[in-house]
Design a protein around this ligand. Structure first.
Ligand SMILES: CC(C)(COP(=O)(O)OP(=O)(O)OC[C@H]1O[C@@H](n2cnc3c(N)ncnc32)[C@H](O)[C@@H]1OP(=O)(O)O)[C@@H](O)C(=O)NCCC(=O)NCCS
Length: 216
């Protein structure tokens, strides 16, 4: 069994703990040593049977353990990239996690630290970036290119040949038309139907998706 530390003691970590139990029920693979979180009030608490051992930097004291960064928030889209830069580990320290009920086309390459939850589907071989999170029922189709740190919330779907830039966040149930580009750091709101390229850093919502007006 591979010893594993989970970073972040929030909702995604709970989903990852459940996904690991599903993986282990098929083939014993990971031994979860604990959770790491910078919030001192969480230290010593237990999340779904897993203890919060201390702050993130404790990962350095466990050089033999692999790591999964389990943070995902539309308000801190680049959190996994920032944490990975802070830790400075090379890719070999990071696990990849694929729920046994995900469907991944043979030949697909998943980057270090990437997490696919239940019923995520990748229909044709492609290269998925590092520290990508695909929540349940995400659909990636032929020739999509998903960069490092992208978050795809549940049921988000990319038609073919869509490019998603680093740390972009695609909200729950959003649909992206084929051939489009979602720029780095862009945010697509839940339920959006995206029919045009979304520029880097912009937030688009609605059907059809339009830029979200920022009122100061
Ligand atoms: C787009 C989003 C980030 C905006 O959040 P926010 O900045 O807090 O914005 P607010 O909720 O204050 O809404 C601002 C305006 O945008 C509208 N709006 C917000 N989200 C919207 C959406 N997804 N689709 C359409 N309109 C939306 C609101 O109705 C509001 O309109 P108004 O000013 O006319 O009243 C957020 O609503 C969203 O969709 N996040 C993704 C959630 C998600 O997928 N979570 C998955 C968790 S696993």
């Amino acid at each position: 069994m591979t010893p594993l530390l989970l970073i972040g003691a929030g909702g995604l970590a709970r989903e990852v703990i459940a996904a690991i139990a599903a993986v282990n029920s098929v083939r014993p693979t990971f031994e979860v040593l604990g959770l790491l979180d910078d919030a001192p009030d969480k230290h010593g608490s237990v999340v779904d049977g897993v203890e919060v051992l201390g702050p993130l930097d404790l990962a350095r004291s466990h050089p033999d353990a692999q790591v999964l960064i389990c943070t995902a928030s539309s308000s801190r889209q680049d959190s996994r990239m920032r944490i990975s830069r802070r830790l400075g580990f090379d890719d070999s320290r990071y696990a990849t996690l694929v729920h046994p009920q995900a469907s991944v086309a043979a030949g697909t390459e998943l980057g270090a630290g990437t997490i696919l939850l239940a019923c995520a589907v990748i229909t044709a071989p492609q290269q998925v970036g590092r520290f990508v999170v695909a929540m349940p029922h995400v659909l990636l189709t032929h020739d999509d290119v998903v960069a490092d740190g992208v978050t795809l919330a549940g049921r988000a779907a990319l038609a073919g040949t869509v490019r998603v830039g680093e740390s972009a966040y695609i909200g729950q149930g959003a649909l992206v038309r084929e051939g489009l580009t979602i720029g780095a750091g862009a945010l697509v709101g839940m339920g959006a139907v995206v029919l045009n390229d979304v520029p880097a850093g912009e937030t688009w919502v609605g059907v059809p998706a339009r830029p979200l007006e920022v009122t100061v």
